[in-house]
Design a protein around this ligand. Structure first.
Ligand code: ZN
Length: 640
């Protein structure tokens, strides 16, 4: 594709990335119940591959057994809308999941406005920004924009006079007093089927970003301070990251004070927060209540008995503003998302918090292209790879080579979590370390003016046999740190256990979703590649194509002619998940890879002229180019 119009590609490379949709500004606004429904219907129509909508009362019939009209919302029977933003083509039963609740209290209206704009941001930026694409391709974002549909439509805190955030199965002494609302039952059913790593539940009436504990059974007496949750380190670190994403005030303080719910807000019984953190591992029936409500035709008590470890979400409660419904002119506008400032409106601040939370749902190593050997040496060839950590705070990463017989096709899945235990252990045993790095993850850089450069790993590729080059990495091992955990258990959240435990596997209460994670995660760099000692003097097919059709051939022809006479080196990746430079389109990517490959080839040719006794030839596979063309074609055809 780059050959068709290389000058266009070159021109595109020179254009600043801000020429994309980020310039499409619009003022944020509140939407009514009905407007929110039609907004999502239109979004789904426009982005059918990314957006899925459901109504809780349709897909979870158990929450409304008699199918009665349980409330009227703007003249219609109320329905609780559930939205998923994810690339449907890439979804599996172990895609990491995150959940956002717009409003449990119907008169706290900033949350619904935020999560609605979040959904549209993810769809609109999917085709523009590679990091947003990563959030949508490899994570599933679940949203209930108006969790309390009745309250939102009626501008009331409660659902039919019942407070949904006192309705969850936590610390209730009377089983008939929980799971009374459609709101809480809809959330319960969703959590029974999914394994959310993180959640933000939006509220209003004060300003604070808080995490567990948020109930009186986890308070010290008589100080009435919150005890330490077993996941304190993860809660605090991720909390600080999303606090930073929200930005500062005019007085240079963080916009959101960060702390525990008991300390900054107040303890409640039946809150969604402590339930969704602990329902999978605290004791039942106390504090995890088995509910027997009578409202709306009842709700089976089995629905509040949970599989061990199934519900263990890291939960943040965001109290967004002192006003439950902040003034219209405090919402801000879309361009503010990219430029954090003390004058930002509410939506940009909270939308950035959501993006950061989505990112943290999956820790991973991002490999930047071109990931190919950069020079030849005696009996070995050096490989140089640029990487950065995404979805994490700290990372330890090793560049390794593994015989491809152990990893057929160099395919390790998303992060090696799916591999059989025997194969995984063989990979670790037979891997040869080439280089290593550790330190901070770079993460989302959408709104960061100064982005740290990628880390460079380089090392010698072993010769003689076909190998796969992988990155083996561990993330956020500091999350194991505890001082006085209450109760006295190791970190319990899916997010922490998926990072800390040698192998962590868990299934949802109902349905097919599961987590398959390992402490050491594997990411493919490329390959299979083979370095062999031979006296080959011909160029590979790809080099020949480049030498004859590259627009700069005339400049380099003499070098190419000479290069033909000496052993040549070519590497082509079999990159299972092509990664492209940020803010560069696929067409630009082809051009840049071709240009860099060309430059590297010339450099290698020169190096080898100086070392003509050396006999290294590489047999490589050209599947990568095919994969990239296919992907570009697919993206081109995508109706987004
Ligand atoms: Zn509230």
């Amino acid at each position: 594709m780059w050959l068709q119009a290389p000058w266009l590609s070159a021109l595109a490379l020179l254009l600043p990335c801000s020429f994309g949709t980020p310039n499409q500004d619009r003022i944020f606004k509140y939407r009514s119940y009905r407007e929110t429904h039609s907004f999502f219907e239109q979004l789904q129509e426009k982005y059918p591959n990314l957006v899925e909508l459901w109504y809780a009362q349709d897909i979870f019939p158990e929450i409304l057994p008699r199918k009665i009209t349980w409330g009227t919302c703007e003249g219609e029977p109320c329905k609780t809308l559930i939205v998923r933003i994810a690339n449907k083509r890439l979804l599996t039963n172990s895609t990491p999941e995150v959940f956002f609740s717009g409003a449990l209290h119907g008169d706290e209206r900033l949350g619904p406005a935020t999560v609605t704009e979040l959904a549209s941001f993810l769809c609109e930026e999917y085709g523009v920004d590679t990091q947003v694409r990563r959030l949508v391709d490899f994570r599933a974002t679940w949203i209930m924009p108006m969790t309390n549909a009745f309250g939102y439509a009626a501008h009331r805190r409660e659902e039919n006079s019942m407070d949904p955030n006192r309705d969850f199965p936590y610390l209730h002494t009377r089983p008939e007093r929980c799971m009374q609302t459609q709101t809480a039952r809809a959330v319960n059913e969703l959590f029974r089927r999914h394994l959310f790593q993180f959640m933000i539940t939006f509220h209003g009436g004060m300003r604070a970003l808080t995490y567990e504990w948020g109930s009186r059974n986890h308070m010290t007496m008589p100080q009435r301070r919150s005890t330490e949750p077993p996941d304190e380190t993860a809660f605090r670190e991720v909390g600080q990251a999303i606090q930073a994403a929200a930005g500062k005030t005019l007085h240079r303080r963080w916009f959101y004070p960060l702390g525990r719910i008991n300390d900054l807000v107040y303890p409640v019984e039946g809150g969604m927060e402590d339930w969704s953190y602990a329902a999978g591992w605290e004791k039942s029936p106390t504090p995890i209540t088995v509910c027997k409500p009578n409202t709306y035709g009842g709700y089976a008590e089995e629905r509040t008995k949970y599989r061990r470890d199934s519900i263990s979400t890291l939960v943040y409660l965001a109290e967004m503003d002192n006003y439950k419904t902040a003034p219209d002119n405090s919402l801000g506008h879309r361009l503010e998302i990219w430029s954090p400032s003390a004058t930002n409106g509410h939506i940009a601040r909270n939308l950035r918090m959501c993006l950061k939370t989505i990112e943290m749902t999956r820790p991973e190593v991002v490999v930047l292209p071109p990931s190919m050997p950069s020079s030849a040496g005696d009996g070995a060839t050096s490989l140089s790879v640029q990487i950065y950590g995404f979805g994490c705070h700290q990372m330890t990463a090793r560049l390794v080579a593994v015989p491809s017989s152990v990893v057929p096709g160099c395919l390790v899945g998303e992060d090696g979590g799916d591999l059989e235990q025997e194969q995984f252990q063989q990979i670790l045993q037979k891997s040869v370390k080439m280089d290593a790095t550790e330190g901070h993850c770079r993460g989302l850089s959408l709104w960061n003016a100064s982005t740290p450069p990628p880390r460079v790993l380089q090392g010698a590729v072993p010769t003689g046999e076909e190998v796969c080059v992988l990155i083996a990495a561990e993330f956020d091992q500091q999350w194991a740190r505890q001082t006085r955990p209450d109760p006295l258990v190791t970190p319990r959240s899916h997010a922490a256990r998926g990072r800390l435990e040698e192998r962590y596997q868990v299934k949802a209460n109902d349905g097919p979703m599961m987590i398959k994670a390992r402490r050491t995660k594997l990411f493919a760099v490329g390959g299979p590649i083979r370095l062999e000692a031979t006296s080959a003097t011909t160029m590979t097919a790809k080099e020949t194509t480049m030498a004859t059709s590259d627009p700069h051939t005339s400049l380099g022809s003499s070098i190419w002619q000479q290069a033909r006479l000496v052993p040549t080196t070519t590497f082509v990746n079999l990159h299972p998940r092509p990664e492209e430079p940020e803010d560069v389109t696929y067409a630009q990517d082809f051009f840049s890879i071709a240009a860099i490959s060309f430059a590297l080839s010339i450099a290698m040719g020169c190096a080898m002229l100086l070392r003509n006794r050396q006999e290294v030839a590489i047999k490589a596979n050209v599947k990568d180019a095919q994969t990239r063309s296919e992907l570009a074609e697919m993206v081109g055809k995508d109706p987004i």
